[in-house]
Design a protein around this ligand. Structure first.
Ligand code: AMP
Length: 284
């Protein structure tokens, strides 16, 4: 496995195998890698000839008041994990390799969906995500890129960006990897103290309750949202940020469950803000 810093170096390194017919799988990350990231890399390994993982903490997706310098980072550990799950190349660029000074990068528009839910809580977040992901795609030139359903709104916006711009990249959605008690793995879980960690299961409990209600035939989104809000509201260290039910094809809130939908939640703990979501079952 090779560790590469420069964008041009990476481009050249991938060009060779690609022009010889190799398929290129790409897993963009912000480092502090865990089992969720590992599952994406393994999936890419099982489907593509060459697997590239990027590690880049993207400043433009951090909102005002969010301290990027506190974001966990341990490059040596991340590189070892990438190696152990079969990555071929790790691209860990300095800032100027992603945002070359004096170059105006394309800034794909996240549209109105980019201003709701996570976008409402973190102004400018999705514009920052799309700018960085577009730039990473441009340098890596992947055939397929792997993203977690854990960040469902991000996944939706990236799929839409690829479709609207006609980028020749297959976006592969990968299921959320969870702790045994249901908490979705996240780099931000590292911030949680023991009590917060114990209570952090409230997100998954809330989503599971919504799924059970849907399974039992409840069709009113308001009833599912109320159940989720109750569960998170009853958790002493959690403060509900949002709970919603969205259409999977538009990511717009629905009033009634009539087609495929996803329940999404965000909650603030004293040391971290956590998000999660779950595809809702359709009643049999
Ligand atoms: P991040 O490093 O947080 O930007 O995440 C990089 C990629 O890993 C994104 O596509 C995330 O959706 C994905 N990811 C993060 N957590 C998980 C998880 N628990 N299960 C599956 N994928 C995840």
């Amino acid at each position: 496995m090779e560790l590469i810093r420069g964008a041009e170096e990476l481009r050249v390194r991938v060009d060779g195998p690609r022009s010889a017919g190799a398929s290129v799988g790409f897993v963009p990350t912000m480092g502090a890698l865990h089992g969720g990231h590992a599952s994406l890399i393994r999936r890419a390994r099982s489907e593509q000839d060459l697997v590239v993982v990027s590690i880049f903490v993207n400043p433009s997706q951090f909102g005002p008041g969010e301290d990027m310098s506190l974001y966990p980072s341990d490059e040596a550990k991340d590189v070892a994990l990438c190696d152990s799950v079969g990555a071929d190349l790790v691209w860990s660029p300095p800032h100027e390799e992603v945002y070359p000074p004096g170059v105006l990068l394309p800034t794909p528009d996240p549209g109105t969906v980019g201003e709701t839910l996570e976008g409402a809580a973190r102004p400018g977040h999705f514009a920052g995500v799309l700018t960085a992901v577009h730039r990473l795609f441009d340098v890596v030139g992947p055939c397929a890129a792997y993203f977690g359903e854990k960040d469902a709104q991000q996944l939706f916006l990236i799929e839409r960006m690829v479709r609207t711009l006609g980028l020749p990249i297959q976006i592969v959605a990968c299921p959320t990897v969870r702790e045994p008690d249901g908490l979705a793995l996240s780099s931000r879980n590292a911030y949680l103290g023991p009590e917060e960690r114990a209570q952090a299961t409230c997100l998954f409990l809330a989503l599971s309750e919504a799924a059970e209600l849907a399974m039992a035939g409840e069709r009113e989104a308001a009833a599912l949202i109320a159940a989720m809000a109750r569960e998170i509201g009853a958790t002493p260290l959690a403060r509900l940020d949002h709970a919603a039910v969205v259409d999977v094809d538009t990511f717009e809130p629905v009033r009634r469950l009539e087609g495929p939908a996803r329940a999404v939640v965000a909650a603030r703990f004293p040391s971290a803000r956590l998000i999660d979501n779950l595809r809702l079952p359709t009643a049999g």
